[in-house]
Design a protein around this ligand. Structure first.
Ligand SMILES: [Zn+2]
Ligand SMILES: [Zn+2]
Length: 261
């Protein structure tokens, strides 16, 4: 009787161990697909090659700024309706590849990996703040087609790590605007100006708009404007990636291929 019990326990333990070893051995890097014995989604080799910003950035919009005061020409001409937009990484390979897979190849698991990698930057940026996370809303039709809102997945992951709440109902997208590609900056602004609506009282704390990638900044500016109109006083933006404008090109020209929600 005792022997039977010991045997049953031994079998159960060995099955569990096999499955743990199996899981450990079969952990694959989301990017290079190589096996790696780690809890992270991206292997240490790929993490070591992860891109970092190498040029000075505008301290308001996060775009490239080569001026001494680190304010780009666009922000110098007209201040955006948010306090500051910052991003964890430049929108280049493999960050761009990861974001495109998350959005267009049904790989929502990238939201966890990207939030993991971006969290140290988020933490450093908002160290002294306590706010509410507002993912950029998708139009319901686009959300239904994709099955999820990638910005909301990222916001939930950042919320798990920071303890800050996510509000997915404060703002909604009321117009299913066409993709922004091939529109100039002015056309993008007017394309987006009536696209968002605040549908609940704004909170008393700072609001941090969360997006996967900021390109021209017109989407987060449009949301900031409606939040301001509803009485929100402190609006920040945080994104996983930022497409930097190239010298000699306008923001819209250099990022037009990327502006797809
Ligand atoms: Zn890898
Ligand atoms: Zn700027």
């Amino acid at each position: 009787m005792i022997q039977d019990t010991i045997l049953t326990l031994a079998r159960a333990l060995s099955t569990q161990s096999i499955s743990m070893v199996d899981k450990w051995a079969n952990q694959h890097c989301l990017l290079c697909r190589g096996a790696h014995p780690s809890d992270t989604s991206v292997c240490s080799g790929c993490q070591a090659d992860w891109p970092r910003f190498s040029t000075p950035l505008c301290r308001i919009c996060g775009d490239q700024a080569l001026t001494e005061d680190r304010i780009c020409d666009n922000c110098d001409r007209q201040r955006p309706p948010y306090i500051r937009a910052s991003a964890a990484f430049p929108y280049t390979f493999p960050v761009k590849e990861a974001i495109l897979r998350m959005k267009f190849s049904r790989q929502p698991e990238w939201a966890i990996a990207l939030a993991d990698l971006a969290y140290p930057c988020f933490e450093a940026r908002f160290d002294q703040l306590h706010g509410m996370l507002l993912p950029v809303p998708l139009h319901p039709r686009r959300r239904a087609r994709r099955g999820y809102n990638q910005a909301a997945l990222i916001a939930r992951q950042l919320s798990l790590r920071s303890g800050w709440p996510v509000n997915e109902t404060l703002c909604r997208r009321v117009r299913n605007t066409p993709h922004q590609a091939r529109l100039d900056l002015q056309a993008r602004k007017s394309n987006l100006s009536r696209s968002f609506e605040v549908c609940a009282p704004v909170p008393d704390c700072p609001v941090i708009i969360i997006d996967d990638v900021v390109t021209s900044g017109s989407t987060v500016s449009a949301i900031s404007q409606v939040l301001q109109g509803a009485g929100c006083e402190a609006i920040h933006v945080f994104s996983i990636a930022r497409a930097l404008s190239e010298p000699g090109l306008s923001q819209a020209d250099s990022s037009s291929a990327n502006e797809q929600t």
